[in-house]
Design a protein around this ligand. Sequence first.
Ligand SMILES: CC(C)(COP(=O)(O)OP(=O)(O)OC[C@H]1O[C@@H](n2cnc3c(N)ncnc32)[C@H](O)[C@@H]1OP(=O)(O)O)[C@@H](O)C(=O)NCCC(=O)NCCS
Length: 176
Amino acid sequence: MDTKELKIRPETESDREAIYALHLSAFDGRFESELVNKIRAGENFIPELSRVTINDNNVVGHILLSTIVIKKDEKEIPALALAPVGVLPEFQNRGIGSALTKNALDEARRLKHRIVVVIGHPPYYPRFGFVSATKAGLSAPFDIPDEAFMVCELAPDALKGISGMVQYPQEFDEDQ
Ligand SMILES: CC(C)(COP(=O)(O)OP(=O)(O)OC[C@H]1O[C@@H](n2cnc3c(N)ncnc32)[C@H](O)[C@@H]1OP(=O)(O)O)[C@@H](O)C(=O)NCCC(=O)NCCS
């Protein structure tokens, strides 16, 4: 496959079914597929930051960045959560996920977002600029391995002077 043929763009309504199916095949279970639907239906959805990779008119990758907050006392600092990102199994390990992640982070930067949090595979995300969220002064609202909890500054010093707990909206609750 020539990766030059791939196109990345925001999702459209007609991509929704394919996005649902993609996460079903990329992950075990329906959590990520349902998560996308729930976020899309809520107030934290940012249309430009739900992005798909298209190959030959088919959705082969999808990423979603949506609004969350970092809470410190009464103060709420806006941030984004990266969740989920998935590539169809038969297209994995060809650079599609990396290109899509970089593209979504660039778009988020263009839209003036400053901080992105991810809970994910520790070896994968540092290549995009993610570092330990704990070391950056953030805490997670639930028990997760420290090394899986990461954060990326989209603007220089975006995390300077910021600490607090990352708050995920109810869409992320397992039993919702
Ligand atoms: C993780 C994922 C989005 C990466 O996309 P991709 O197009 O396969 O990745 P790329 O080709 O850009 O990059 C390859 C890297 O991804 C890692 N990767 C590949 N498949 C993976 C998988 N199933 N789970 C986790 N990481 C994976 C590879 O180890 C490789 O790392 P390396 O460069 O250190 O060797 C994709 O593999 C996927 O959808 N995995 C299943 C769902 C998932 O785990 N999503 C992320 C949750 S944190």
